[in-house]
Design a protein around this ligand. Sequence first.
Ligand code: CUA
Length: 363
Amino acid sequence: MTERERVEADEAKGPPETDPRIAGEKHPVARMIGIGILASLVGIAITLWIDWFPDNASTSATKIDNLYDVLLICSVPVFVLVMTIAIYSVVRFRAKPGDLGDGAPIHGNTRLEIVWVSIPFIMVTLLAIYGWWVLDDIEAKQSNAMVVNVTGQQFTWSFEYPSEKVQTKELVLPVDRPIEFKIQSKDVIHSFWVPQFRLKSDAVPGLTTQIRVTPNKEGNYEVVCAELCGIGHATMRQFARVVPANEFDRWISDQKKAAGGGGTSGGGGGGENEAAASGEQLFSANGCDGCHTLAAAGATGKVGPNLGRLENADAAFIRKSIVDPNAEIEKGFKPDVMPQNFGEQLSKEDLDALVKYLLESQE
Ligand code: CUA
């Protein structure tokens, strides 16, 4: 009998009643279930023991963390089930050397198929309902919410408190007060993210996206850009400071005083108060400090050249470098990094003031 004939003869017989390889084994399924339950418990314990999240500083954080834990707990038994069966099969049903026969011709198992379709369906549906319920809860409109406008640009964040007409580079928030962030971008897609608040939203040019957060723990947290937005992406980090309400009020009035009773006119906020903004305010409000070093402004950006040490420091050159940044590229730097739209963003007065300020700020 050739090998081929032997295989054909085996196939004609159909599957054996009991696979000889597990014939001597007592309750293989019960054993697998036992191992699976044990492995699941160990897996769940490890999952819950790992500290996945940063500090927890908003009312949404606990709800989101709980949801995440439930997702992990549910996925451990599924992972264990799949791996147990796979590993068991690989070990038990491994072909003997020289065995070239086909497997037994099995044509489906209706009961098994119903089980493996309906259990995941029920799990995924319940988790979706739970997820929707959490989302609905954390996105709910709050009374007494304070609006904060967030603007992303290459490579800095700026914040505006429209009810107070204050514009800043540092995000300061009163503790336990609901905040409505309205997020915009001046150039490309960024993503506004404070990990300790858990929530994150893209800043998309031409759109205003929104997230609602109630910070509930005082502290200093990082505002991070979470969307690759260009060469300075990694430097697009600022601070969010959550403070007691009275300290916030004091900070707001300090900001108003510093800005001469109104907002700066740069940075997209504008407003009816058109008091001339100082060069330093413009430098900061337009995000120059995100990329450039300038000792006079305390800026330490490293993406672009040091603006306090220009070789060719005359007004015409500075003006051209702002409105047409690719015209001349300093050695060691690359073109197309600086946004090309400052010419449109800055009014003529602001541009004049900024050029004058940079001229005066040479070391
Ligand atoms: Cu902005 Cu990354």
